[in-house]
Design a binder for this molecule. Structure first.
Ligand code: FAD
Ligand code: UDP
Length: 381
């Protein structure tokens, strides 16, 4: 007889929320992870009293009240509001593109002046597209120029994007840049969502509570013991890479990876903000994260005489490095759909999460998806 209803491969957010909901439904779960800790990419490591976002900065944001209530039922969230700044050749600009940015860029003060300036800037790009008979922007460069014009593209988009993706903006899909809002108010809040914050005490608390009383095996790679692990449960919930599950039979999906260069500094406050993007091409890293600003505010930042920063370097994913951002271009999407066809024909296995679905999901998307699975009984629970 099987000991478990579900073998959950991956103790990230998808696996952990799934385990919690399954447990609520009276199901027995075994969660495994090849890493030495739970939490997947939202895991924090505490060093010198500071929570380090080990796999990249994570800010929780959502407009879904059910999701917000769900996470708050496990841990209280602080008032952190993401307001990254951009450093271009030593000059600071606010993000997302808003009245502060337009003032810093052009000296304009009112929204109508800013609008006029943006229209002037866009005119050239749009005229060029019309002349060449292009109806819709075909790539990120055309999209950006048609959205904000040359000055913002040159100073705040081109360098950052080409470092982040390792490809020319003219070779990248336009949708990447559509995520950046354009605001005619003096509002530096990066997100438009109703709710936002960081769990007080860090993300580990959330994951630990989700996995309370659930059997967990760490340092356990599904593929090193596939048959035995599979035999332990009726159904597998697989949150690892989909191409790996099928032994890369059609080839490997591509990702961007990030290398984090961490430094402990003998100063209380290195850059005055959690996130500073370096948008010029001459600086090799994309951004610097100063972790203490996620959880300490006002004069409290001076209580710890040290600070910890991470410089982020983006590069192409290779075997052995962490797959972070899926490259959803045509070639990779087509490859993913071949794997998805195989997955659609499987029985007793649920593929979910960012690696199994080869899709960039924010944390709230993942929670929404799992809650929806259980609410609408979209699988055999
Ligand atoms: P993961 O967290 O990756 O978990 C998958 C787990 O499966 C991992 O622990 C892995 O070790 C394990 N695993 C894989 N293969 C195997 C195997 N063979 N055997 C055993 N275990 C295995 N979202 C936000 O909402 N806000 C943000 O600010 C934000 N910032 C981000 C920054 C970066 C750099 C990245 C990459 C993502 C960011 N996200 C953010 C997205 C967020 O990280 C994801 O939504 C979330 O982590 C997805 O959870 P998951 O469970 O699908 O994947
Ligand atoms: N971007 C940019 N300049 C910036 C920040 C972002 O050009 O200072 C672009 C870049 O192409 C990036 C996209 O906007 O990939 C989305 O940015 P966001 O911060 O939403 O993405 P994240 O890195 O958090 O996934």
């Amino acid at each position: 007889m099987n000991r478990y209803d579900y073998l959950i491969v991956g103790a990230g957010l998808f696996g952990s929320v799934f385990a919690y909901k399954a447990k609520q439904n009276g199901k027995r779960c075994l969660v495994i992870d090849k890493r030495s800790h739970i939490g997947g990419n939202i895991y924090c490591e505490n060093k010198n009293g500071i929570n380090i976002h080990k796999y990249g900065a994570h800010i929780f944001h959502t407009s879904n009240k059910d999701v917000w209530n769900f996470v708050n039922s496990f841990v209280e969230f602080n008032r952190y509001t993401n307001s990254p700044i951009a450093n271009f050749e030593g000059k600071i600009y606010n993000l997302p593109f808003n009245m502060n940015t337009f003032h810093q860029m052009w000296g304009v003060v009112s929204p109508s002046e800013a609008q006029q300036k943006i229209e002037e800037q866009k005119k050239e790009a749009i005229a060029k597209m019309v002349q060449e008979g292009i109806e819709q922007p075909r790539n990120l460069e055309e999209q950006a120029l048609a959205l904000v014009g040359k000055d913002i593209y040159d100073k705040l988009i081109k360098g950052y994007t080409e470092k982040q993706w390792g490809r020319k903006c003219s070779e990248l899909p336009a949708f990447i840049i559509k995520r950046l809002p354009l605001r005619m108010t003096y509002d530096n809040n990066y997100f438009n969502d109703k709710y936002q914050g960081i769990p007080i005490g860090g993300y580990n608390i959330l994951i630990e509570k989700l996995l309370t009383d659930v059997d967990i095996r760490l340092n356990c790679d599904f593929f090193s013991n596939r048959d035995e692990l599979t035999s332990l449960a009726d159904t597998i919930v697989y949150t690892g890479a989909i191409d790996e599950y099928y032994e890369y039979r059609y080839g490997k999906l591509e990702y961007r990876t990030i290398t984090f260069e961490e430094e402990i500094l003998d100063t209380s406050n290195f850059q005055g903000n959690a996130v500073v993007n370096y948008t010029c091409s001459s600086i090799p890293y994309t951004r610097i994260i100063e972790h203490k600003h996620f959880e300490t505010f006002g004069d409290d930042i001076f209580k710890n005489k040290q600070t910890i920063i991470s410089k982020e370097y983006s590069s192409e994913w290779e075997e052995g490095s962490e797959p972070y951002y899926p490259i959803n271009d045509l070639k990779n999407n087509n490859l993913y759909y071949k794997y998805k066809q195989l997955a659609n024909n499987e029985k007793n296995i649920i593929f979910g999460g960012r690696l199994a679905e080869y899709k960039y999901y924010d944390m709230h998307n993942i929670i929404e998806k799992v809650l929806d699975l259980f609410e609408n009984k979209k699988f055999n629970s």
